[in-house]
Design a protein around this ligand. Structure first.
Ligand code: SF4
Length: 447
């Protein structure tokens, strides 16, 4: 017998079932689910978390059985969608009355391609009140951007942009309970905040710029600093696609942090052109505790950079790494392993990283994201339909000059060399390299 009170289970899905997924190295707090948690809790709804990224004592099946929730909500990236459908199937098989809701940035533009008989709603807006309105049985046709079924046929409401200034202060109960699990590399208890939504730039491979109906919205700095001040953690991970955008806003941020004597360490994303053209403000950010800046260097030659519409050149990338090294901010350089790579490109990339003394590196295989301009261009070259492969660690389209096995071979050699460089540089001491290497070789053999 079901109770009348609504009970909601929020699911943070697995990132990947491939062991090479930085498990235990970067573990992200499920901020967007916590935002939903906050709004539901404020409306006296009973809400529970099941977070696959941190170890669970019970299986999802056991939790659903015991809890018997009315709603299950998952927030997923593209590669997590197949996992979510499995969870929803489990739930529906336990009780077909459980309603399932899928949300997350991927669904904003790809909602029409998402199909599962176990799915009831797709919530496309970043506004958490949309989910509250479903649960509170508000008129379904009026819910911003909602996708819902009527007599087995999907209906799609129009979506309008959202102003993140309307978000309430995030309830961090879940984060504090698991603070020692969420980390960005060596920074433990990395507490996420979002100070803007969508991206003001327009790199043609990137999906993020199209979010929120393509409308970049930034939060008032006073609200941002209020939130930082209220967080009981020394490490703040600003997850904006690009925090280093508005110089005036950044000066106000620095002033406010200094005025309130807040002492924390920060991680944020920023672009090369902003960093090298605004060195004064970057130095001030260093003074108040900026520890990592995650920079999309993307490539080491101008042809690739021009192709991506990055508006920067190779020399700018070098200058950015040199400058951040000089002032003591850790530059996490993010690169794309392009489908046009030849053998020499893999080796040249390593050489560039070594010669420019770039200590922190992330290399992702070029993955045309559904919903981007580039996706249509690559549609005919796709070699898989398996969405779990859209994790930036797999080839999803055919490389131009190398066979699939060769491409993976050179990619793995590059990653192994980068591991060795990191060990030599004595960074990431907390990582179990032996375990990681073992998993890695297993993967090489499997390919
Ligand atoms: S790659 Fe970065 S700067 Fe470019 S559109 Fe995406 S988030 Fe913005």
């Amino acid at each position: 017998m079901r109770k009348c009170d609504n009970k909601v289970l929020l699911i943070n899905p697995e990132d990947s079932r491939n062991k090479l997924n930085f498990e235990g190295i970067i573990v992200n707090e499920p901020l967007d689910l916590e935002v939903i948690y906050t709004v539901l809790k404020d409306n006296n709804i009973k809400v529970y978390f099941y977070d696959f990224l941190i170890s669970q004592k019970q299986t999802l099946y056991e939790v659903i059985k015991k809890l018997n929730p009315n709603y299950i909500i998952a927030n997923a990236n593209v590669n997590q969608i197949p996992f979510v459908f499995e969870y929803f199937e489990t739930a529906k098989k336990i009780d077909s009355n459980i309603k399932t809701i899928l949300t997350g940035n991927y669904v904003e533009h790809n909602y029409k391609s998402i199909k599962s008989k176990y799915l009831d709603f797709i919530s496309r807006s970043y506004d958490p009140k949309c989910i509250l309105n479903i649960i509170n049985n508000k008129k379904i046709k009026d819910i911003n951007g909602l996708c819902y079924k009527e007599k087995g046929v999907w209906n799609y409401n129009n979506l309008t942009s959202y102003d993140i200034n309307e978000l309430p202060l995030v309830n961090r109960t879940h984060f504090y309970k698991n603070k020692d699990k969420y980390r960005y590399l060596e920074l433990l208890g990395a507490c996420q905040i979002r100070t803007s939504y969508s991206c003001p730039y327009n790199c043609n491979f990137c999906y993020r710029t199209s979010l929120n109906c393509g409308k970049y919205k930034a939060k008032d700095i006073t609200k941002v600093v209020d939130e930082i001040e209220s967080i009981k953690s020394d490490n703040i991970y600003i997850v904006d696609d690009d925090f280093l955008f508005n110089k005036k806003r950044l000066y106000t941020f620095v002033e406010e942090i200094k005025k309130r004597k807040i002492k924390k360490q920060y991680i944020c994303y920023g672009r090369v052109d902003f960093i090298i053209n605004n060195k004064d403000i970057i130095k001030q950010l260093k003074e108040i505790g900026f520890y990592y800046i995650l920079v999309g260097l993307e490539a080491i030659n101008d042809n690739f950079l021009n192709d991506y519409n990055k508006l920067i050149g190779e020399e700018n990338n070098k200058e950015c790494v040199r400058f951040l090294n000089e002032i003591g901010i850790n530059c996490m350089g993010m690169f794309i392993i392009d489908l046009n790579f030849k053998r020499k490109d893999f080796f040249n990339l390593y050489k560039w990283i070594y010669n420019n003394d770039l200590k922190h590196v992330a290399v992702s295989i070029f993955t045309p994201m559904p919903g981007t301009e580039l996706y249509n261009e690559y549609k005919s070259k796709l070699i898989t339909n398996d969405l779990t492969k859209w994790d930036f660690l797999h080839l999803v389209a055919k490389p131009k000059f190398l066979g699939k096995r060769q491409f993976y071979f050179y990619y793995y050699i590059l990653v192994i060399k980068l591991f060795r460089l990191a060990i030599k540089n004595k960074i990431y001491d907390f990582i179990d390299w032996k375990k990681l290497r073992k998993e890695f070789f297993k993967l090489v053999i499997k390919k």
